[in-house]
Design a protein around this ligand. Structure first.
Ligand code: MRU
Length: 316
C-alpha cells in the first residue's frame, strides 16, 4: 500500500503528523501559511523533498489569502536551513507568481515532478542492488520524506517490486528516530524484510560481511558533490570506505545547489539540545548536562561511490 505524507485539498493542506507515527495516524488541517511554516519547523513533516512540496503549498495558501508574498516567502524559508528543496521550491513559486503563472498549478507540478523523479530514480537505482542484497539505510527517505515512493528507500522499493530479494538494516537514527519510527513503518506496510539497529551497530555488521551496500538520501548537494544529510551519514561513509562497501547517495536534481561549493558553503541546522536529552517528554540525561544537536553532517565526494538521480548516475 502506497504511503502519502500530504494531500492538497484545494483550500487547505492535509498533512500526516510524522511526530505521532508509528503509534497513531494523525492528520493535520493546515489552512494558513504560518501553520505550514510551523509544521515544517516542528518536523510534523520532514525530509527535504516533502518539505519543498509542502512549502510550495504554504506559499500558495499565503498568496491566496492576500498576504504579502515577500513575508510569506521569508517565513517559510526561515523554517529549516539545510534542506535545499525548500529554497528551490519557494524560489520556483516566487518566480511563477512574478511571471503571472497559475501558482496552484505550479505547486501541484512541484509535487507531481517529485513523485515522477522518485519513480525514475527507483528504476535507475534498482539495477545497482544485487539479488539477495543486505542494504543499510539511514534516517527516512521514503514516501513520507517525499511526494511519494522515496529516494534511497524508493530504490529499495523498486528493487523489491522488481522481484529482487532485498533485506534492509534500518539505522534507528538518533535523536529523532526517523529510521525506527518511520522507515520501519513504511517497510512493514509493504512487507519488505528488515531489522532495526542502533546507529552504532553498523560498523560491526560491515566487519561481519552483513552489509552489501549503503543507501542514503541527501538534504543538499553542492556543485562539487559534498552531501549534507542526516547526522551519522558521514560516519557511515567512512565505515563503508574502510570496509570497501558501495556507498550510494540517492537524490533528485532539486536537491542540487549549483551555487554552493565545498562543505563550508552548507549551513548545518542545529536543533534544540532537549531533543537529544528527552524522548517523548521522558528525560534520558541529567537535566544540567549540556548536549549538542547537529541535525546534519557533510560527506565529502571521495567517500561516495555514486549519486543516483532521476537523470543519471554520478560518480564523484
Ligand atoms: O531532519 P529530517 O528528518 O528532515 O532529515 C531528513 C534526511 O536527512 C533525509 O535523508 C533527506 O532529507 C532526504 S529525504 C528523501
Amino acid at each position: 500500500m502506497e504511503v502519502k505524507a500530504f494531500y492538497w485539498e484545494g483550500s487547505f493542506l492535509r498533512l500526516l503528523d510524522q511526530r505521532e507515527l508509528p503509534e497513531r495516524e494523525v492528520w493535520l488541517r493546515l489552512d494558513h501559511y504560518k501553520k505550514v511554516a510551523q509544521a515544517i519547523k516542528d518536523m510534523a513533516v520532514r525530509g527535504a523533498p516533502a518539505i519543498g512540496c509542502v512549502a510550495a503549498y504554504g506559499f500558495l495558501l499565503g498568496v491566496k489569502a492576500g498576504e504579502d508574498p515577500k513575508v510569506v516567502y521569508e517565513t517559510l524559508k526561515n523554517t529549516r536551513p539545510t534542506a535545499y528543496n525548500l529554497f528551490w521550491a519557494l524560489d520556483r513559486m516566487k518566480r511563477a507568481l512574478e511571471l503571472g503563472k497559475n501558482i496552484e498549478e505550479e505547486a501541484k507540478a512541484i509535487e507531481e515532478e517529485d513523485y515522477r523523479a522518485n519513480k525514475r530514480i527507483g528504476q535507475i537505482g534498482k539495477e545497482l542492488i544485487p539479488e539477495g542484497a543486505k542494504v543499510l539505510t539511514h534516517c527516512n527517505t521514503g514516501a513520507l520524506a517525499t511526494a511519494g515512493w522515496g529516494t534511497a528507500l524508493g530504490v529499495i522499493r523498486s528493487a523489491h517490486y522488481s522481484g529482487k530479494k532485498v533485506f534492509v538494516w534500518v539505522d534507528e537514527t538518533r535523536p529523532y528516530l526517523q529510521g525506527s519510527k518511520l522507515t520501519a513503518w513504511e517497510l512493514l506496510k509493504e512487507g519488505i524484510p528488515h531489522k532495526i539497529i542502533t546507529d552504532s551497530t553498523a560498523g560491526y555488521l560491515m566487519r561481519k560481511g552483513l552489509v552489501d551496500c549503503v543507501l542514503v538520501g541527501a538534504d543538499r548537494i553542492t556543485k562539487d558533490y559534498h552531501v549534507a544529510n542526516k547526522i551519522g551519514t558521514y560516519a557511515l561513509s567512512v565505515l563503508s570506505k574502510s570496509h570497501r562497501i558501495p556507498f550510494y547517495v540517492v537524490a533528485p536534481k532539486s536537491t542540487f545547489d549549483m551555487n554552493s561549493h565545498g562543505e563550508d558553503s552548507i549551513r548545518i541546522e542545529e536543533r534544540s539540545q532537549e531533543e537529544v536529552k528527552n524522548i517523548k517528554g521522558i528525560a534520558i540525561a541529567p537535566k544540567d548536562s549540556p548536549a549538542l544537536h547537529l541535525a546534519f553532517d557533510i560527506t565529502p565526494p571521495e567517500n561516495i561511490t555514486a549519486i543516483i538521480t532521476e537523470e543519471d548516475i554520478i560518480k564523484p
